[in-house]
Design a protein around this ligand. Structure first.
Ligand code: PMP
Length: 427
């Protein structure tokens, strides 16, 4: 038995499924999860001393790779002053100023502790501000595990085949209406059928919890137009895309304004952080200024803020990082396509910015239904072949592959070599 297997045996006795978040259990791909000891740059090391080129990157936040020296230093310097006070600190102000300086159309920020919390709070604010109850979300988009969002959700909820979780009451789910990603008509129908009742349309600007599905030309612009027409707010859930697609996130990348934006892991640089942001008029409806209540003992935690601020500062000061990541992602995507062609394997690769995802199917994947039709068994096989060759991918079809700025030319060369061998093994 490997040490990872030994730990997994122990873990299963004390943690449900041996993990603290479902996808980590490797159930979608078979095999046993690797227990990670440490990460450096683009690599992680497991309990058995095996090293992997990491394309999970803690599911997105490690845009600069693991253990970036500036971020670690910021954390060390801050933690010796105390870990939490539950009182204001200057860092929270600097963090909000930094975010507002980078992201278009936001004037105020409220920090929380996770993406789930950010979305839950933004949705409450949207309902409070509009006086409307209903929400439109897209099937296969994941917005965390708050009750109202566990309806037609993607990510782990999708691979488990249980998009609608037990324990979510009919009451909590009934106001969540389901539209189809990249299908404006499906949104329009719901808005028309529920006049003056829809508080917000919430969307992942790039759907990254059904694999990676970029928005079709005009889709996000169309959502903006429909929201304006119907008096609904547009919420961009930028937990994945924020500060990754561009320094200003999807609003900058696509040139579309959202009313509220949610952020997560990336703004913590690996620490547990989330935030929601919007115009002053909207954000001042939040307590203690306004009637929408939302709070958090550890929100704006100084150590987490130090890590996040250090990461955002590097991103703001080094815009070339985005070109580096995109170039790496495109390189891998092209090699995936070439290997698949060479070996006669049906494969579609979606790539945008530093995000990519291979789907084993003949059909272009531009919507949730198409993503679902891809061959997930073949993905599982591909995943395990890559893992054997030292490349650590998302252990599920319905997640993104994240390229960081720490991935070197050598990493990329090793990765495409592994791709060639793995695809050959599938053929
Ligand atoms: N929104 C999106 C788009 C996400 O991808 C995720 C998680 N990956 C969340 C919300 C939830 O964030 P968290 O896991 O930090 O609660």
């Amino acid at each position: 038995m490997t040490r990872s297997e030994e730990w997994f045996e122990r873990a299963q006795k004390v943690l449900p499924g041996g993990v603290n978040s479902p996808v980590r259990a490797f159930r979608a791909v078979g095999g046993r999860p690797r227990f990670i000891v440490k990460g450096l740059g683009s690599h992680v090391l497991d309990e058995d001393g095996l090293e992997y080129i990491d394309y999970v990157g803690s599911w997105g936040p490690m845009v600069l790779g693991h253990s970036h020296p500036d971020i670690l230093k910021a954390v060390y310097d801050r933690m010796v002053c105390g870990l939490s006070f539950g009182a204001p600190t200057a860092l929270e102000v600097e963090m909000a100023e930094k975010m507002i300086g980078m992201v278009p159309h936001i004037e105020m920020v409220r920090m929380v502790n996770s993406g789930t919390e950010a979305v839950m709070s933004a949705v409450r604010l949207a309902r409070g501000a509009t006086g409307r109850d209903k929400l439109i979300k897209f099937e296969g988009c994941y917005h965390g595990h708050s009750d109202a969002m566990l309806v037609g959700a993607g990510s782990g909820a999708l691979t488990q085949g249980e998009p609608d979780s037990r324990g979510v009451t009919r009451g909590a789910a009934q106001d969540t209406l389901m539209a189809q990603y990249n299908d404006l008509a499906s949104v329009e129908r719901l808005l028309d059928a529920n006049p003056n009742q829809v508080a917000a349309v919430i969307v992942e600007p790039v759907a990254a919890n059904m694999g990676v599905v970029p928005p079709k030309d005009g889709f996000l612009q169309g959502l903006r137009r429909l929201c304006d027409k119907h008096g609904s707010l547009l919420i961009f859930d930028e937990v994945i895309t924020g500060f990754r697609l561009a320094a200003g996130g999807a609003q900058e990348y696509f040139g579309v304004r959202a009313d509220l934006v949610t952020f997560g892991k990336i703004i913590g640089g690996g620490m547990p952080v989330g935030a929601y942001a919007g115009s002053r008029a909207l954000m001042e409806q939040v307590a203690p200024c306004g009637p929408v209540y939302q709070a958090g003992t550890l929100s704006g935690n100084p150590v987490a803020m130090a890590a996040g601020l250090a990461q955002l500062t590097i991103l703001a000061d080094h815009p070339e990082v985005y070109t580096v990541m995109e170039t790496g992602a495109r390189y891998i995507a092209n090699h995936l396509r070439e290997s698949a062609k060479r070996h006669g394997v049906a494969l579609q690769v979606n790539q945008i910015g530093s995000l990519l995802c291979p789907y084993f199917t003949e059909q272009p994947v531009d919507c949730f239904a198409a993503a679902q039709e891809s061959n997930t068994k073949l993905y599982a096989k591909y995943f395990n072949e890559m893992l054997l060759r030292g490349v650590y991918l998302a252990p599920s079809q319905f997640e993104a592959m994240f390229v960081s700025s720490a991935h070197t030319q050598n990493d990329l060369a090793c990765t495409v070599q592994a791709v060639e061998e793995s695809i050959a093994a599938l053929a």
